[in-house]
Write a protein that binds this ligand. Sequence first.
Ligand code: MN
Ligand code: MN
Length: 457
Amino acid sequence: MYRQNAWLKYDNKENKEVMKFSEGYKQFLSFGKTERLVTKESIQLLNEAGFKPIEECSSIKKGDKIYFINKNKNICAFVIGQKPLKEGFRILGAHIDSPRLDLKENPIYEKNGFALGNTHYYGGVKKYQYVTIPLALHGVVCKKDGTTVDINIGEDEKDPILGITDLLIHLSADQMAKPLAKAIEGENLDITLGNMPISDKEKQPIKANVLKLLKKKYDIEEEDFVSAEIEVVPAGPARDYGLDRSMVAGYGHDDRVCAYTSLKAILDIDASQLQKSACCILVDKEEIGSVGATGMQSLFFENAIAKLLSLAGEDDPLFSARIALENSEMLSSDVSAGFDPLYASVNDPDNAAYFAHGIVFNKYTGSRGKSGSNDANPEYYAFIRKTMDENNINWQSSELGRVDQGGGGTIAYILGNYNMHVIDAGIPVLNMHAPMEIVSKADVYEAYRAYKAFLVA
Ligand code: MN
Ligand code: MN
């Protein structure tokens, strides 16, 4: 069902299904505030569905369900199908990192009666959106004794929240005259940690009090922040959005919405229906270029495929992995720019993604002359269209905005390097990269259905 509103398709029962599916997603999103937390809850869902970690497998056979974890921040799950692995995989991919603020290595300082936390932003953020909103801290502190402490402050109703101050309007004459990109400086995105001195004997009594509280709650010292990953993210759970509850508001839909729907598809798929083996890969670091050990450019994925082929008895698993990847098809999923009636002019209306019109396919993304894009082959796109229509799935096609308005990239081109068929797919989002992003429940559900249909097509 090309470019049609999905809500009109659902009868009462289906409408309830859509709402029910979104409840599971809201829970996932509310817990998964960081890539580590998404990995953690994904492992739990995989275990519940009978998947086994690769470390427990000594051979593989049809119907096996296996997963790989990479450094607690990136995950890859497989269901073994009827065909030999070398004939390729059906791959669902998405990223689980989201734009945010990270605490610096030496974050805590005291100034003019306040203890503050110094941050460095991660990914593309409009800095002004991060001031005067409730913020939470999530992450890990790794101590020299080899132990890791989980940090979680600001989500529980009884917890304090944190935040970043902004200037009062009364004294903002200079600030208001600046362009939006300059009104809030990156170095000024520092969170307020406290205002209560511990005693008049300390040189920095307010900072000392904050450190004392951290020591008491987490048994960590100031220097431990050097080997830590603490993310400052919007506090609070995902919620229904709109009087009709047709949408979900939350932090990190980009790209946890595609991650959840892709993961659910592989969790729910009937292994006996699979010809090619199914794969779902969830990666980190997309928002800063897919770099590093846990990003899509890492050899982790290729190595995982080679390990599977080795377990399947292939003599030359690395070469076989290349062949298997070349014979694969992928939906590289990331959120699309939803058409916003308040900012209609940034889109070409005939080539834009509309809320509730289903999963979006982007033949290409990129900037300017499609720079940086994986331009999907039309032969492959035809197969995708056929699969969507045969399964009565609402789907649409779009570009990321008008020509020369901006643009963006995804992980698709990296998988394209293996010479597999890849197309960008995903779910339209409003407020992309803002602390509160919006998606349509109908699009979430149609994407899930699309992923399942793709795996068995
Ligand atoms: Mn994204
Ligand atoms: Mn993004």
